[in-house]
Write a protein that binds this ligand. Structure first.
Ligand code: ATP
Ligand code: MG
Length: 402
C-alpha cells in the first residue's frame, strides 16, 4: 500500500472524506424537487459546524441529476448588503449559466435596450443582465422579477430544464436594515413568492444558523408557509461510526478499537466538525505510536485541550468577566444543551454565584450581547440555546481547571 495521508478535514465547508448519514435530509430535498409549482422552498438550519455547507453542496448533484439548474452562492457577512448588491450578485451568478446563450433581437424584453444597440449577436452576459435590471422601469422588485423571468425564459428555450435552484449559504447574513432603508431580504422573498405564484420553477434553498428562519418570518410573515425547514443535527451513533471508520478503512497504521470509536463518539457527541477534528488528532497520534510499534489509545485530555484553544477560546475571547459568570451559570443547568430560560438562569445564579443576577431584564440584555457574539441565540418561543455545539462542556472544563 502507498503512503496514506491523514484523511480527516476539520474546517468550514471542507468536504469530508466520507459524508455520513443525511439520507432523511436528502430525501426531503428530493421531494421538493418533485414540485411542479413551487409551493415550498428549503431552509437548512443548524448550529455551527454541524455540516450545513457540505450538505447543501451535496444537494447540487442531486438537483442536476433531476434536471434542475443550480446557482450556488455564499452570502458573506456584510452589513452593507443592499437591494442593488443583491441584484448585482444575482446577475453575476446567473451569468455563469447564461453567458453562453446567444439572444436574438426577437426576444420580447428587447425594449429594455436602446434601439441603436445591436442585440442579435449578444450573449446573456453579466453586463447584459445588469443592463436589463437597470433599464427595466419600476421598483427594484419589478426589476428583479424581470431579470429572473427573462433568464428563465431564455434558459428554458435553449433546453428543457425542470427549474433553477438558487442556493444561498450563510443566508442569515442577508438581513433587512430598516435604519438604512435597505431591504434585500424582503426583496428576495417578494420576488420569489411572486414568480412562484406565476408558475415559474425557481426555488430557493437557504442555509444558515438557527437565527435564519426567525429572520425570514420577521421580514415576511408568508415565509412561514413558503419554506420547508430541515434541521441539520448531530449524527446518530451509527452515522458517527461511519464518519469515523470509512475514511480509514484502507489505512493499515490506524486501526481503531471499538473502545476508541466509542470514545470519539462520546467526545464529539456526533457533531461533524468535532468528529473531523478529533479523528485528525487521533490519526496523527496513532501514526506516531505505530511507528514505534506501540499500542495506542485516544489521547482524550490532549485533544480536549487543543480543541479548547483552537476552537472554543477564540469564540469566547470577547466575553467580559460578568458574561463569563453568566455562561458558567448556564453551563450548570441540566438542560443547557437544549433550551433554557431567563428565569432558570436567575434562579440558578442564586445558588451558584456570590453576586447573583437578580433581574431578568439584565440577564436578557446580557444574553442579547452574547447573541451578537454568536454564542447564544433566541428561538421563536423566546427561549435561548447555545449557538456553538458542546459549549457547555467547554465551560465546565474551564471551571474545573480553575
Ligand atoms: N455528514 C458528515 N459526515 C462527516 N463529516 C461531516 C459531515 N458534515 C460535515 N462534516 C464535516 O464537518 C465540518 C463542518 O462542516 P460544515 O462547514 O459544512 O458545517 P456548517 O454547518 O456549514 O458550519 P458553519 O455554521 O460554521 O458554516 C467539516 O469539516 C465537514 O467536512
Ligand atoms: Mg457553513
Amino acid at each position: 500500500m502507498g503512503a496514506f495521508t491523514n484523511p480527516f478535514r476539520p474546517g468550514a465547508g471542507h468536504q469530508p472524506p466520507y459524508l455520513a448519514g443525511r439520507h432523511r435530509e436528502t430525501d426531503q430535498f428530493k421531494k421538493l424537487l418533485q414540485q411542479e409549482t413551487i409551493l415550498e422552498n428549503l431552509v437548512l438550519t443548524g448550529l455551527r459546524g454541524v455540516g450545513k455547507t457540505v450538505l447543501l453542496e451535496s444537494f447540487k448533484p442531486v438537483a442536476l441529476e433531476e434536471g434542475w439548474l443550480w446557482i450556488g452562492m455564499d452570502i458573506n457577512e456584510s452589513s452593507s448588503f443592499s437591494e442593488e448588491n443583491l441584484a448585482i450578485r444575482l446577475c453575476a451568478d446567473l451569468s455563469v449559466i447564461t453567458k453562453s446563450i446567444k439572444i436574438s433581437s426577437q426576444t420580447r424584453w428587447e425594449p429594455g435596450f436602446t434601439s441603436q444597440e445591436k442585440v442579435e449577436d449578444q450573449f446573456l452576459s453579466f453586463e447584459l443582465l445588469q443592463r436589463l435590471y437597470q433599464k427595466t422601469p419600476g421598483l427594484p422588485l419589478d426589476k428583479l422579477k424581470a431579470l429572473l423571468q427573462t433568464c428563465w425564459e431564455v434558459l428554458n428555450r435553449s433546453e428543457q430544464f425542470k427549474g433553477i435552484v438558487f442556493a444561498y449559504d450563510e443566508a442569515q447574513n442577508l438581513s433587512d436594515h430598516s435604519e438604512q432603508g435597505r431591504y434585500p431580504l424582503s426583496l428576495l422573498l417578494d420576488a420569489f413568492q411572486s414568480l412562484q405564484k406565476m408558475g415559474l420553477p425557481l426555488m430557493l434553498a437557504l442555509s444558515g444558523l438557527p437565527t435564519l428562519f426567525p429572520k425570514l418570518v420577521e421580514s415576511r410573515t408568508f415565509s412561514e408557509r413558503m419554506f420547508r425547514i430541515v434541521f441539520v443535527e448531530s449524527l446518530s451513533v451509527e452515522d458517527s461510526r461511519e464518519a469515523i471508520l470509512k475514511p480509514i478503512e484502507e489505512a493499515d497504521a490506524v486501526k481503531l478499537s471499538e473502545e476508541s470509536v466509542a470514545q470519539i463518539i462520546h467526545m464529539s457527541k456526533g457533531y461533524p466538525y468535532f468528529i473531523q477534528y478529533i479523528c485528525r488528532e487521533v490519526y496523527d497520534a496513532f501514526m506516531i505510536r505505530w511507528d514505534k510499534g506501540e499500542q495506542a489509545s485516544v489521547p482524550v485530555a490532549e485533544i480536549e485541550e487543543k480543541l479548547d484553544t483552537d476552537f472554543f477560546a477564540g469564540r469566547c475571547a470577547r466575553t467580559t468577566d460578568r458574561q463569563r459568570e453568566l455562561l458558567s451559570v448556564i453551563a450548570g443547568l441540566q438542560n443547557c444543551d437544549e433550551e433554557f430560560t431567563v428565569q432558570e438562569i436567575v434562579k440558578n445564579s442564586r445558588q451558584q454565584l456570590e453576586k447573583p443576577f437578580s433581574s431578568s431584564s439584565l440577564v436578557n440584555q446580557m444574553l442579547a450581547a452574547l447573541a451578537k457574539q454568536g454564542l447564544v441565540f433566541k428561538n421563536r418561543h423566546g427561549k435561548y440555546s447555545f449557538a456553538v455545539p458542546l459549549l457547555g462542556t467547554y465551560i465546565r472544563r474551564q471551571l474545573a481547571r480553575k
